[in-house]
Structures are given as structure tokens and as C-alpha cells.
Design a protein around this ligand. Structure first.
Ligand code: RTP
Ligand code: MG
Length: 139
């Protein structure tokens, strides 16, 4: 399997609850190498744009409000088969259905405030990484 990249955010709930360090630790211990990293935030406009694919979904307005409610950590991560491996590490969207030991099972409180984002395809990983990082901000 070739080494490739995924994009993640540590969401406002996990930053506010003090889990930023523990989550980064889990990510790195599980073999993901950050090649770009920043502590930042999304305005409602930017959160709306980032999650535009969900704009017809009933949870969209709430999701935009939640994702712009506080600071986040954004990162591009490198590992073999990064997208699939990272989604395995974070677990199911709904933390009550996430496997034991996954980041969402350990740190998420609800289906919305679910601690982390992980890209769902190589193509979206590229788009999402470009949303946050310029060329000179990534190794
Ligand atoms: P993500 O994109 O953040 O990595 O999460 P995901 O693929 O596991 O889930 P997705 O279907 O893409 O949903 C994006 C985010 O929207 C919120 N959500 N809320 N209230 C609800 O029923 C609901 N469903 C989804 C979550 O924050 C989810 O991660
Ligand atoms: Mg998704």
C-alpha cells in the first residue's frame, strides 16, 4: 500500500474539553506523521463552506454552529493507506456505536460533538488539506 495523506480536525468539543494533547498523542502513536499542523478556528462562513456537501442534511445548520463555536486543530497526516486507517482509528460517527479504544469512543460526547474529523477519500483529503494549508505550511 502506498504512503499517502489524510486531513483531520480536532473539533471544538475536544479542544474545549482539554483532549487536544491526548488526541494528538493517539494519532502519532498510531503511526500517523503530521506534515502540517495548526491551531485555528472556523467562522460560520468557513464552516459552512467546509461542510457544504451536507448542506441539504437536517443537521447542517447545527453542525456549522458547532464547528464555529471555538478553536480547532487542523492537520494533514501521512501514513500508508492514510484515509481508511484514520477512519478506523477514529471510529463510527456516533460515539455510542464506535469501537472500544477508538478516538471517538474515548473522547466524543455525541453524534455531533464527536471530537474529530477524518477525510472520507483521497480526493477529499487533498481538497480539505488545501482548504487550510498553503504549500509552504506543509512539509
Ligand atoms: P466527519 O466528516 O466530521 O469526519 O464525520 P463522518 O464522516 O463520520 O460523518 P458525516 O456523515 O460526514 O457527518 C459530518 C459531521 O456532521 C455531524 N453530524 N451530526 N446530528 C446528526 O445526526 C449528525 N450526523 C452527523 C457530525 O459532527 C459528523 O462528524
Ligand atoms: Mg464525513
Amino acid at each position: 500500500m502506498k504512503t499517502n495523506r489524510t486531513f483531520t480536525m480536532i473539533k471544538p468539543d475536544a479542544v474545549a474539553n482539554g483532549h487536544m494533547g491526548a488526541i494528538l498523542d493517539q494519532i502519532i502513536k498510531n503511526g500517523f506523521t503530521p506534515v502540517a499542523l495548526k491551531y485555528t478556528y472556523l467562522t460560520p462562513e468557513l464552516a459552512g463552506k467546509f461542510y457544504e456537501v451536507h448542506k441539504e442534511r437536517p443537521f447542517y445548520a447545527d453542525l456549522v454552529k458547532f464547528m464555529s463555536s471555538g478553536p480547532i486543530v487542523a492537520a494533514i497526516l501521512e501514513k500508508e493507506n492514510a484515509v481508511a486507517e484514520f477512519r478506523t482509528l477514529i471510529g463510527a460517527t456516533d460515539p455510542s456505536k464506535a469501537e472500544a479504544g477508538t478516538i471517538r469512543q474515548l473522547f466524543a460526547k455525541s453524534i455531533e460533538a464527536n471530537a474529530v474529523h477524518g477525510s472520507d477519500s483521497d480526493e477529499n483529503a487533498e481538497i480539505e488539506g488545501n482548504f487550510f494549508f498553503s504549500a509552504f505550511e506543509r512539509f
